[in-house]
Design a protein around this ligand. Structure first.
Ligand SMILES: Nc1ncnc2c1ncn2[C@@H]1O[C@H](COP(=O)(O)OP(=O)(O)O)[C@@H](O)[C@H]1O
Ligand SMILES: [Mg+2]
Length: 209
């Protein structure tokens, strides 16, 4: 099916700010791929294993306001390591298409750029945690954070950060995609969800063909 770096599987990630439509598009793409007969593992970050979901609860709990920036980055990396080794890699080895809601670029944009820990440091941390796992395709859903946040009902610890912080996250994603355009699809997430889903499905079909 795929002869990319994760063959026989194929690893697709949805990235973007809060309320950009990542979960919506991950679900739509999963349905489209299953309908075409692909085996799909749909998962999310932070989370995807029992330990990583427990780390997620720590990270998103508003009670942990003021969590140290490096501690935060390490917790995300720890969750990703467990998820990558125990869920994503085994699925790719089976030949599944893995559809993941957020992955390492969220760490780079949020902790590396918005928290100011440095993009290379955070990328290296993630690569160390996962043994060098990279997506075959990352879809960046780009939308003004004001619009994205307005779509979100009750904010968690990260969603509650000021608008300016979310603007830095947005710029972070765009810059990451700019550095490796062949592995990225950047879409205007202000468009109707059905249009976005159709465009993503066409691109993914082409890559899997
Ligand atoms: N393209 C879109 N245009 C308008 N609303 C959208 C769009 N995509 C998703 N939504 C809605 O916005 C909310 C957040 O979408 P969601 O997929 O949960 O975003 P994320 O997972 O990126 O936080 C949901 O209520 C969803 O139905
Ligand atoms: Mg979501």
């Amino acid at each position: 099916m795929s002869d990319g770096p994760n063959a026989p599987g194929f690893f697709i990630v949805f990235e973007g700010g809060e309320g950009a439509g990542k979960s919506t598009q991950a679900a739509a793409l999963t349905d489209a791929l299953v309908a075409r007969g692909h085996r799909v593992t749909r998962t999310r970050e932070p989370g995807g294993t029992p330990a990583a979901e427990a780390i997620r609860a720590i990270l998103l709990d508003p009670a942990h306001e003021g969590l140290d920036d490096r501690a935060e980055a390490l917790l995300f990396a720890a969750a990703r390591g467990d998820h990558a080794q125990r869920v994503i890699r085994p699925a790719l080895l089976r030949g599944d298409v893995v559809v993941c809601d957020r992955f390492m670029d969220s760490s780079i944009a949020y902790q590396g750029v918005a928290r100011g820990l440095g993009t290379q440091t955070v990328a290296d941390l993630s690569l160390w945690a996962t043994g060098g796992l990279l997506p075959d395709l990352t879809v960046v859903l780009d939308v003004d954070p004001q619009i994205g946040l307005a779509r979100v009902a009750s904010p968690d610890r990260l969603e509650a950060e000021p608008l300016e912080w979310h603007r830095r996250v947005r710029e972070g994603f765009i810059e990451i995609a700019r550095r490796a355009p062949h592995r990225y699809l950047v879409l205007d997430a202000g468009r109707p969800p059905e249009d976005l889903a159709t465009e993503v499905a066409v691109v993914v079909d082409g890559l899997l063909a």
